[in-house]
Design a protein around this ligand. Structure first.
Ligand SMILES: [Zn+2]
Ligand SMILES: [Zn+2]
Length: 242
């Protein structure tokens, strides 16, 4: 049994064949999918709700992605709190910092990140955190507004960020990147995460694991990521808990 802890099932790439995609996931042993509620921007944060309502094994989130931080207003926080009261919404996310693409100004990203961390704490919900090329700023924001629970998704940071997350009680989720040839540094960090704190995800439709690399990713492919991860962790002598 596997959980895909992070997918974007609302993506237009799944419009044509979402039912078949879900059937393949189920047949591959995936029993829970978290579909992320970012959509095309803050007004679309409820995009995962109809998808989650249609399948009892799919849950969703609401949040404003760092790429869209510039379009977030205070009314979106009200909307987020309102949508988060629905029973298919289990977290606030993905939220965070992306200083690789810098699609929104960094200061605006930081403000949106902290405002959503605060909202999640107030609502007692976990957070799904996206962070890229912003390890130090992410650590500082998390130390300022400590989340109660949450996941660092698609981990691509350094050891200090991983240690900070673990020390705060957060989970760390690895994507298909761990199957890429060039990802030795991420595999090394994945070997340091305790079994009860590690998750896998697809981030579908992006980042398909080897041997599907370059194709549209889908939740069934989380099998490859989990197999690779447990393979090298086993070689490293880690006993997995289930
Ligand atoms: Zn992300
Ligand atoms: Zn994502």
């Amino acid at each position: 049994m596997l959980v895909d802890s992070h997918a974007h099932l609302d993506d237009p790439k799944f419009v044509e064949d979402r039912a078949e995609v879900l059937e393949r996931a189920w047949n591959a042993g995936v029993r829970t999918i978290l579909t992320i509620g970012n959509g095309t921007g803050p007004d679309d944060m409820g995009c995962g709700i109809p998808i989650a309502e249609a399948s009892d094994w799919i849950y969703t989130t609401v949040g404003v992605h760092p790429h869209d931080a510039e379009s977030m207003t205070s009314s979106h926080l009200t909307m987020m709190a309102d949508l988060a009261s629905g029973d298919r919404v289990v977290a606030i996310g993905e939220i965070g910092l992306d200083f690789y693409y810098d699609n929104s100004p960094r200061k605006t990203q930081l403000d949106a990140f902290k405002a959503q961390l605060e909202l999640a704490s107030r609502l007692n919900l976990p957070v799904i955190i996206h962070t890229r090329d912003a390890d130090q700023e992410t650590i500082e924001a998390l130390e300022e507004v400590r989340p109660r629970r949450g996941i660092l998704h698609c981990f691509s940071g350094g050891q200090a960020l991983a240690e900070c997350a673990l020390e705060m009680g957060l989970m760390i989720s690895f994507s298909g990147i761990v199957t890429f040839k060039t990802a030795d540094s991420i595999r090394e960090i994945a070997e340091t995460v305790p079994s009860d704190r590690i998750l896998v995800e697809t981030d579908a439709p992006y980042l398909a694991p080897v041997p599907h690399r370059g194709k549209r990713n889908e939740p069934a492919f989380v099998v490859e990521t989990a197999a690779r991860l447990s393979g090298f962790r086993c070689i490293a002598g880690i006993q997995e808990k289930r």
